[in-house]
Design a binder for this molecule. Structure first.
Ligand SMILES: Nc1ncnc2c1ncn2[C@@H]1O[C@H](COP(=O)(O)OP(=O)(O)O)[C@@H](O)[C@H]1O
Ligand SMILES: N[C@@H](CCOP(=O)(O)O)C(=O)O
Length: 321
């Protein structure tokens, strides 16, 4: 992102002073991301990420996210670990917003993922799914199939200002996915936004996963479908089957897919494309004035959606079980 909320030096010093993290040396807003305001904080002890939670994050969900990060880190997954304040709290308030300090992860995200990156991603995602199995928090996916129509309703007729006919195309797709959406697939904790910018690599090795603020309990295979959309299309919007195969193979080496999960992939991919089309469309139509943020292109996901609409079975992608 993004920086939606400005923080004064005084507010920052007070906030950092309530943690046992050493003396504040520097602080700067991070321009990447779209959801929350993120700042890089250096102290004389270490580096941290300070996050102020913004509009789409329900404050009631924050304990689910922060406790999940603690749970996964304790299992050995490389993810940001929330730092408790001197009072033992993971969540504080800064500039009127809920805020947390988490550990800084080394690594860089890859703009043009290659086949090996997709294989690594598949493995890490499956490990996350297994590590989350005994997490006792529960969060319904607020952006699951039941959340898409209300989101679309908020865009309303303005959809066609982004692309002629877009409203009708989304309405028809919504009717379809609502009818055929699979409801009984194996599930548990999923990341739900495992895009390349949320996966860090050091060289070709995956070094960590970040940005768990859409994490929720939903079908594992839906997480895979989100990743097939986000990792396996080329710039020209052609689908790279070799990357998709590597992703699925990496995943299945850690957590084998059931036949039902495998067969559901085309529908799940359509739903995942529609979900990101809708959130991007909503954001495109609602950029807050003065915010340092670049909204993401909704039409990228319209193109992906149209591709999935042309696929009738998982084999038709060229993917084997
Ligand atoms: N724990 C972390 N370690 C290192 N960098 C991080 C960490 N968390 C966030 N970042 C940096 O901040 C950017 C935005 O973070 P992200 O969580 O994706 O924001 P948003 O939720 O707003 O999309 C990331 O692309 C990365 O550069
Ligand atoms: N990944 C989503 C937007 C959420 O952004 P992130 O920076 O939190 O990953 C998209 O690409 O639409």
């Amino acid at each position: 992102m993004a920086v939606y909320t400005e923080v004064t030096d005084e507010e920052l010093n007070d906030f950092i002073g309530s943690y046992d993290v050493g003396r504040l040396l520097s602080f700067k807003g991070i321009a990447e991301g779209v959801e929350n305001s993120n700042f890089l904080v250096h102290t004389d002890k270490a580096s941290y990420i300070l996050t102020l939670y913004e509009k789409r994050v329900n404050p009631d969900d924050l304990p689910y996210f922060l406790n999940l990060l603690q749970h996964l880190a304790a299992k050995g997954l490389s993810c940001p670990t929330p730092v408790p304040s001197r009072d033992g709290e993971l969540l504080g308030t800064l500039a009127g917003r809920p805020a947390a300090l988490v550990t800084f992860l080394d690594g860089m995200w890859v703009k043009r993922p290659k086949v090996d990156h997709c294989a690594e991603l598949g493995r890490a995602m499956a490990e996350l799914h297994l590590d989350g199995a005994d997490y006792d928090g529960f969060r319904k996916n607020a952006l699951d199939v039941s959340g898409w129509r209300p989101l679309f309703d908020q865009c309303g007729e303005r959809s066609d200002t982004v692309h002629p006919g877009l409203g009708a195309e989304i309405a028809s797709e919504l009717d379809h996915v609502e009818k055929v959406w699979p409801r009984d697939l194996p599930g548990g904790v999923i990341h739900a936004d495992l895009f390349p910018d949320n996966v860090f690599f050091l060289g070709n090795e995956l070094s960590g996963l970040i940005d768990f603020y859409f994490a929720c309990n939903d079908a594992f295979a839906y997480d895979i479908a989100i990743c097939l959309n986000a990792w396996c299309f080329e710039q020209d919007m052609s689908f790279n089957v070799t990357k998709a195969k590597a992703l699925l193979k990496g995943y299945a080496a850690v957590r084998p897919l059931s036949e039902a999960e495998y067969n559901a992939l085309p529908t799940l991919c359509r739903g995942a494309a529609l979900r990101f089309l809708l959130t991007r469309l909503y954001d495109w139509l609602s950029v807050p004035e003065g915010a340092l943020v670049t909204p993401k292109d909704p039409l990228e996901y319209l193109k992906k959606l149209r591709f999935h609409q042309s696929i009738s079975s998982t084999q038709a992608y060229g993917l084997e079980r």
